[in-house]
Ligand binder design. Structure first.
Ligand SMILES: *Cc1c(COP(=O)(O)O)cnc(C)c1O
Length: 470
């Protein structure tokens, strides 16, 4: 019998048995009564999220059912290995949960293979790179300051030491310079080319990357951490059948828990560097036992729940709105006189060069946060300021679109951002925003958040009704 069939059979046990909902309720009550200090911090965070305009491009809001799955008792299961091949007993339900997550990941992305165990996209990248590259082997990735990720061979990452990392950058218009990618590939003959970015507002041409990789027989790793939701919803070309391997985070645009995925499309049976082992099997071994020990069962349950939502029509609507909103936000910011990198966006992200406006990234980030708006400082190409300061600001529309905000609201959001940026200067880093302005912006932010509540989260109105019922 398959693990799923076993689990289903056992699920038919009659009678009242302890269940997950009862456990969650009891746990929440025990937390409040036995650890009010922690409980009140957690409550305050729920409230903060409800009344904040979150425009951090690397985040999304997990559905409340995803949070519930992530808090499940299955977390108590210790089990190395994969479904049907564990090194511990007691894994029938967890096996079924992991198989469900794998199937849903494959469905959501049209993949042939999915590994749902990586604890993060960073660990997924480390596992993939170490499987495809020998120590000292050459990788080619986007430079950190041009929008690349640490795990793409940056000096601060183990990937920059373990491997010989070569980097490509952007052209004068701020776009990936494919001719340089091709030239560097001819010169250095990398074993792995990485296509993917943490701060790049334009479409990535995975097919072009693949052609370049093929010119020297390199593996192409597509890292879609930031754009995974757009890829799943058809709002960005998919690399699944184009790259040899694709990695992603599950929390940035998929509304999932902290974690990563490794996906493979039609290359799943292609041999790895030894000329024999299929890539799919190589990735399984790379994650466990090479890079990780036990998987996180509750995180995998939460991934399964999030990936089910990704396959729904509503997610596709949201993805379309994310892109439309980002364009509208970029247009409005530009018309208000801000310097939008590349002149606009194709995805969820808008990058501003704020230093040209006499403001540093950190000053912009702090002032906005004071006013209830979250957007993070970001290095931009040619940045001369340190990473903790930066010349850029990165905004994203994932969570605004999840709230249901559209083009009209983006104009409003851009005006709010504009009025805060206009009120600060690069010289007084720690200067507080004028209290009058702060209160006005905060008021408007709260009004927007009340009008567009986080879907599936309790609203202040629910709380009131709950209190009256009690
Ligand atoms: C965020 C990011 C990662 C790392 O993701 P974590 O899950 O936070 O480890 C990897 N690659 C890219 C392109 C990213 O943007």
């Amino acid at each position: 019998m398959t693990p799923t069939a076993t689990a289903r059979k056992q699920l038919r046990t009659p009678g009242r048995t302890p269940d997950q909902v009862g456990l969650l309720n009891r746990g929440a009550q025990r937390l409040i009564s036995t650890d009010p200090e922690l409980a009140s911090l957690l409550d305050a965070e729920v409230h903060r999220q409800a009344v904040t305009l979150a425009m951090v491009a690397s985040s999304s809001t997990a559905d409340s059912s995803v949070l519930a799955a992530g808090a499940a008792a299955v977390t108590n299961v210790t089990a190395e290995g994969y479904p049907g091949a564990r090194y511990h007993p007691g894994t029938a339900y967890f096996d079924s949960i992991e198989l469900l997550a794998v199937e849903r990941a494959k469905t959501a992305f049209g993949a042939q293979y999915a590994n749902v165990q990586p604890h993060s996209c960073s660990s997924a990248n480390l596992a993939v790179l170490s499987a495809l590259l020998p120590p000292g082997g050459t990788l080619l990735g986007l430079e950190l300051d041009s929008g690349g990720h640490l795990t793409h061979g940056a000096r601060a990452s183990v990937t920059g030491h373990q491997f010989k990392a070569v980097h490509y950058g952007l052209d004068a218009a701020g776009l990936i310079d494919y001719d340089t990618v091709a030239a560097l590939t001819r010169e250095h003959r990398p074993t792995v080319i990485i296509a993917g970015a943490s701060a790049y507002p334009r479409t990535i041409d995975f097919a072009r990357f693949r052609a370049i990789a093929d010119s020297v027989g390199a593996y192409l790793l597509a890292d879609i951490s930031h754009i995974a939701g757009l890829v799943a919803a058809g709002q960005h070309p998919s690399p699944i059948d184009v790259a040899h391997v694709t990695t992603t985070s599950t929390y940035k645009q998929l509304g999932g828990p902290r974690g990563g995925l490794i996906l493979i499309g039609r290359e799943h049976t292609t041999p790895g560097p030894d000329g024999v082992t299929p890539l799919a099997l190589l990735m399984d071994r790379a994650v466990f036992p090479r890079f990780q020990g036990t998987p996180d069962p509750a995180a995998i349950a939460a991934k399964a729940r999030a990936l089910a939502l990704v396959a729904e029509r509503e997610f596709q609507h949201t993805a379309r709105r994310i892109v439309e909103d980002a364009s509208a936000l970029a247009d409005e910011l530009r018309s208000l006189g801000h310097h939008v990198l590349t002149g606009g966006t194709d995805n969820h992200m808008v990058l501003l060069d704020v230093v040209r406006e006499g403001v540093t990234g950190i000053a912009a980030e702090r002032a906005l946060e004071e006013c209830g708006i979250l957007a993070n400082r970001n290095r931009i190409p040619g940045d001369v300021l340190p990473p903790m300061v930066t010349s850029g600001l990165r905004l994203g529309t994932n969570q605004l679109a999840q709230r249901g905000m559209g083009v009209a609201e983006m104009k409003h959001c851009a005006q709010l951002v504009d009025s805060v940026l206009a009120a600060i200067s690069r010289d007084d880093l720690d200067a507080a925003v004028d209290p009058g302005l702060r209160n006005r912006v905060r008021g408007e932010v709260e009004e927007l958040c009340t009008r567009f509540p986080l879907p599936s989260y309790p609203t202040p109105k629910d709380d009131q009704e709950g209190a009256e019922a009690r």
